[in-house]
Design a binder for this molecule. Structure first.
Ligand code: ADP
Length: 224
């Protein structure tokens, strides 16, 4: 049984889900003039939606969570609040997933006020209905039980973070030395996903570079 609920998403899944999402937009009769990708997770789906719906106009907005002092409060912010003129245009705001949906709501509000399109509708690959504050106009899959989707565009980032969490936990129980094979074996027990040898190596090498792990004669130890 995995210790963290995780699901591996392949590049093929992403293409098929984007195709399905584009079909829903088309079937609804909504014809966007411009696609807006929510950075960073919406980039790949947004580009694919442009392809499936044959839309040439693609812009982006970065909305992300900002941890305020002492982590007392977390709120979403627009990272680069530049303005573009979308007056007279119908927009489709595309992201990978609506989890709480807070950052997407903020992006939509900013776009309506500052970019002034005639309409904005939201399209996502996945909608976590049990966690989300709202239901997007278009989604490909409804997710009822929360899980972390390991998308291909965050494979290294996620593997790196997952290793960090796992190693810190194992260290609490007295373990402080691993071979590469042991690291991979533990990872697969913890998360029940296999990201492949190259990503495992990239992540472990990054942890060494960042001073979290040290390596000597094929053994890895926690440094911090
Ligand atoms: P929040 O506003 O709480 O950060 P969002 O629903 O706006 O939640 O998600 C922000 C981004 O974080 C998403 O676009 C996605 O890239 C990533 N993310 C959030 N939840 C998940 C999840 N369950 N699995 C994978 N990625 C996620």
């Amino acid at each position: 049984m995995a210790k963290v609920r995780t699901q591996l998403v392949s590049w093929e899944d992403v293409v098929e889900w984007s195709r399905g999402l584009a079909e829903k937009v088309r079937a609804s009769g909504y014809m966007p003039d411009v696609v807006i990708a929510v950075a960073r997770g919406g980039y790949v789906p947004a580009r694919l939606i442009c392809d499936f719906l044959m839309i040439n106009n693609l812009v982006s907005i970065q909305s992300q969570h900002w941890t305020e002092a002492a982590k007392a409060e977390e709120r979403a912010i627009i990272k680069f609040p530049y303005e573009v003129d979308l007056s007279g245009m119908k927009a489709l705001l595309v992201d990978d997933i609506v989890d709480t949906g807070e950052s997407l709501l903020l992006a939509k509000d900013f776009i309506m006020r500052k970019w002034k399109p005639t309409d904005v509708k939201i399209a996502v690959l996945q909608w976590i209905s049990s966690a989300a504050k709202f239901k997007p106009e278009y989604y490909h899959l409804e997710v009822r039980e929360w899980v972390w989707f390991q998308y291909p565009w965050t494979r290294l980032e996620d593997t790196y973070q997952f290793f960090k969490k796992m190693l810190s936990e194992e260290a609490k129980y007295g373990k402080n030395e691993w071979t590469f094979e042991e690291l991979v074996k533990s990872f697969m027990e913890w998360y029940e996903i296999d990201v492949g040898d190259k990503y495992f190596r990239d992540a472990v090498n990054s942890l060494v570079r960042d001073g979290f792990l040290e390596e000597e004669k094929g053994k890895y130890k926690l440094k911090l």
